[in-house]
Design a protein around this ligand. Sequence first.
Ligand code: ASP
Length: 431
Amino acid sequence: MPKKNEMGLTTKIMIGMGAGLILGILTNLFLADVAFVQKYIVDGFLKVIGSIFVASLKMMVVPLVFVSLVGGVTAMGNVKKLGRIGLKALVLYIATTTIAITIALTLAVVVSPGEGMKLDSKSAAFTAKEAPPLGDVIINMVPSNPVQAMAQGEMLQVIVFALLFGIAITLAGERGKHVLNFFNDLDSVIMKMVDIVMALAPIGVFALIARTFAGQGIDLIKPLMGYFLVVVGAMAIHLTGTLSVLIKVLAGLNPVRFFMKMRSVMLFAFSTASSNATIPVNLKTAEEKLGVDNSVASFTIPLGATINMDGTAIMQGVATVFIANVYAVNLSLSDYLTVIMTATLASIGTAGVPGVGLIMLAMVLGQVGLPVEGIALIIGVDRLLDMMRTAVNVTGDAAVTCVIAKSEGSLKRDVFDSDAEDGVKLNALVK
Ligand code: ASP
């Protein structure tokens, strides 16, 4: 394993991100009207590099999840354990999302962003998309055509098919073993592909961030500062509070070490704004840096990317209060409970891709009778918040994964406690 190279990677990605940020902001400030720059640099070079990077990450998601999960399920050895892990994951994912949105609502009610804000005339511009009904979500978990499920990247369907396939391999005895060997070898090969794409991350992240900030500008945030800061504050509380306590109390692990080891995963999530695209990096980190056994991580990481969205739930909680304030609508206690339930359930049915949080927000607003057009008020800062909340989403997946692994005796403590991390001496840091 090329430890040395990998150790420097996070730093390189951070440098790429910093450079992208500077270039993006400068372009936005000084070169926004220069057609050449917009055409050939922002929508040319940066777009090409960024899109290729995200596509290469996504390219590995379905093969990796399928192959890794088949191996993981087979390694579990029995269906009982599989059911137990699945149940723990479901309970923990729902619980963390519920806590996240409760924090968000509380903070939003206390700070009350948006009160007295004038309605913008462009607020009718948002047309909501339909959110999928829960019944359909459950029915759709079973693929009628696994190839189609893979082709369309339907993660829950791919997970269900992989689980069944893995169970069947175990039941098939000697013959199943041949298939399993093949899958284990294939897993190593795809992990190598992840290595290759990760090595390109510094330039990919640079391009993504530069383009985003070239288009976004900081101006958009100013009128929405209150909303923006409450979302960021709630996410910070969730990370340092909820997830740290989870890591410390339920997994018996050091939260600082956990977050240090999660840095590159968070950076990937931040720059791609997609939990799905981050699955390969999150899975690799869970296994190789956090010490979680493949039998747990291969199941809980992709599942989490699909159903667990703490950061998204936080945005939805704050956005609901914000929009209610702007429209001067009073929300009752039962409205708040409805928001908590709807946002938690909605996150189960929607895949982790950029911007999906807003579609789910339409559903939440509808449930409490708030105008869906209110979304147009916050859309200007959503890209940046999307990036941040995706980082929170994937961190929640990894935290729950560690807790489950610990409870199953599937966490390699020596790997988690290993010292050097991208040039940082973690032992000195966490003492
Ligand atoms: N982009 C988020 C994710 O992939 C979902 C969202 O909040 O829009 O996790």
